[in-house]
Design a binder for this molecule. Sequence first.
Ligand code: G1P
Length: 297
Amino acid sequence: MPSHITKAVIPAAGLGTRFLPATKAMPKEMLPVVDKPAIQYVVEEAVSAGLRDVLMVTGRNKNALENHFDRVAELEATLEAKGDLAKLQRVTESTDLADIHYVRQGDPKGLGHAVLRARMHVGDEPFAVLLGDDLIDSRDTLLSRMIEVQGQRNATVVALLEVDPAQIHLYGAAAIEATEEDDVVRITGLVEKPSPESAPSNYAVIGRYVLRPEVFDVLENTAPGKGGEIQLTDALQHLAASETDGGVYGVVFRGRRYDTGDKIDYIKAIVQLACERGDLGEELRPWLRDFVATVGD
Ligand code: G1P
């Protein structure tokens, strides 16, 4: 079934306090992962899944983010005059990537509230939500698979990853039932950031969602939950429990994911991605091996 999904929503209004002072004057989405801002990987992922219409939900101090996806005539002219076409291409790549729109979340009241800010732009169609802290390797086609499952089942679809039970308190956790497809489960319940003892499973929601527009009405009526914020997980729990609206399914991801949400994971993501890069890996890998041999515990 051909997909009719064309829109991606990327919430990007967070304050990035875990990365202070780097994020004092710069949005966390602009932190470089090797040599590209984290947000560019996410937009590239949306575009690879066929979603060229991208809405970013931003907030205060996000000008650098908007500028990154705009032309920089002066810089382009200088590189062109020098004949440095490789660098020119690196500059224009983010400008030509997608059709990017912005809406502001004036009063950041949580992820559910950020998604609700997309209502006007999205209208009455299914759409994808991509969270910038999770990067999915470009060789893994998670989002395309989720869009396919959404089309086949006309349901709400989230990405799930099996995590160490000790880590489940960092995520939305899903109660699941198997389906006839190995990588698809039916979600019967969702809890935002449960304690390991109360978690329904160790299947964590990672930051990719393909939602039906019905979620907006549910979000309108979702009371603040964990942390006093309007949680997308709570709205999805409502949809999972309701008899109508097609239910909620999880696509179980078994590919490569890089978490950039906190400092240690961010450093790991950079090392992993750099090691795999054609232009850097060959030099970095042996260095890293030697370096690791010299560091004690
Ligand atoms: C958000 C969601 C959570 C999800 C996580 C994935 O939490 O609320 O359900 O598991 O993203 O990264 P955050 O990490 O923004 O606190």
